[in-house]
Design a protein around this ligand. Structure first.
Ligand SMILES: *Cc1c(COP(=O)(O)O)cnc(C)c1O
Length: 352
């Protein structure tokens, strides 16, 4: 704190991302990065783009990227907004669509960035408790609100909400915008993107960070009715005309066009998840059903904080949230075959 700070800067409680330690040989399972790496075509496209053209500003509307995104979802480019990672897209959605008189609703256990945006933009919110089994109960959201935001699959639980339930949530809230954050949807849940034509109050937010293994490129997007997209554009064009650089635009288009790489890596990751869930259960863990590229697990006999520290001492990092209801859980990203095996070896040692 310093006398030069604005009231805004003083009041903030910034989001704390999972750490990015630089330790050789570390098994990094704490930030849900994809172990398989992006399509080689992404690297080629970025290399082609990395020339003299970089002296020129990129297309402020990222038109070619929006066209590629629209094609991949069977939508029109006018139903697409693109930004610098879905975190930025979410921030614009909060600012442009969720700042109203009434508080917005969100699950008590969800992506911890949502309350941070609320404080940044002065949006009141109410936390709606998940059930004892960490499920979203749609009936709890059928009441007056200024908007709704949730992740499907939810983070950090990994639990998915079925598409008919999403539809019930969206159709039961026609007076407000429902933002569905689908950061992990490609790993096992049904996307709500197909509902957009019928529901002008639905905004679906997606990212290339997880299922396309491009966390380092920073590309996210939103799908929705053109009127919602226009609101996002108005905020974006009052903030940063060029959120996506030329390299990001070129790389993202190549990633979306390589369906084969996407399908292969996604299939391998899901197979690793299913194997890891069985192994964790065999070690005595209670594991929530996961539709994501991570699992959320607790051990009835071991303190989660101690387990996380023990793993860390064995060069395996996982995420532990010191937060009511989930302080005994570990969130473990699904790694490649060797990383999963290293995790299970370290846990076997710790529990043995
Ligand atoms: C990872 C994640 C994001 C952010 O993704 P970026 O596109 O990398 O900013 C958004 N929402 C949830 C729930 C996430 O887990």
């Amino acid at each position: 704190m310093n006398r030069y700070w604005s009231d805004v800067a003083r009041r903030l409680t910034p989001y704390v991302p999972g750490e990015q330690p630089v330790v050789p040989g570390l098994v990094k399972l704490n930030t849900n990065e994809n172990p398989y790496g992006p399509s080689p075509r992404v690297i080629e496209a970025i290399a082609r783009e990395a020339g003299d053209g970089l002296r020129l500003y990129p297309d402020p509307d990222a038109t070619r990227l929006k066209e590629a995104i629209a094609r991949s979802h069977g939508l029109e480019p006018g139903q697409v907004f693109a930004g610098n990672g879905s975190d930025e897209v979410l921030a614009h959605a909060f600012h442009a669509l969720l700042l109203h008189e009434r508080p917005i609703l969100m699950p008590d256990i969800s992506y911890s960035f949502y309350p941070v945006y609320c404080r940044l933009y002065g949006i009141a919110f109410a936390s709606v408790p998940l059930t004892a089994a960490f499920e979203i109960r749609v009936d709890d959201y059928l009441r007056p609100n200024g908007g709704i935001v949730l992740a499907n699959p939810n983070a950090p639980t990994g639990r998915a909400l079925a598409l008919p339930e999403i539809e019930r949530l969206v159709s039961g809230n026609s007076a407000s915008v429902v933002v569905v954050d689908e950061a992990y949807v490609d790993f096992g849940a049904d996307s709500a993107a197909g509902l957009i034509a019928r529901f002008p109050n639905l905004l679906v937010v997606r990212t290339l960070s997880k299922s396309h293994s491009l966390a380092g490129l920073r590309v996210g997007y939103a799908l929705g009715d053109p009127a919602l997209i226009e609101a996002l554009d108005r905020v974006k064009n009052s903030f940063n005309s060029y959120p996506l650089g030329r390299l990001a635009i070129a790389g993202a288009i190549a990633a979306l066009e390589d369906r084969e790489h996407f399908e292969n890596t996604r299939r391998r990751l899901i197979a690793n998840r299913e194997r890891l869930v069985a192994e964790l259960r065999a070690l005595g863990f209670e594991v929530l059903p996961s539709a994501a590229n991570f699992v959320f697990a607790r051990h009835p006999g071991r303190d989660a904080g101690r387990l996380a520290a023990g793993l860390r001492a064995r060069a395996v990092v996982v995420r532990h949230f010191r937060q009511p209801r989930i302080e005994q859980f570990l969130r473990i990203s699904i790694g490649n075959e060797q990383q999963c095996a290293a995790l299970v070896r370290a846990l076997t040692e710790l529990l043995g």
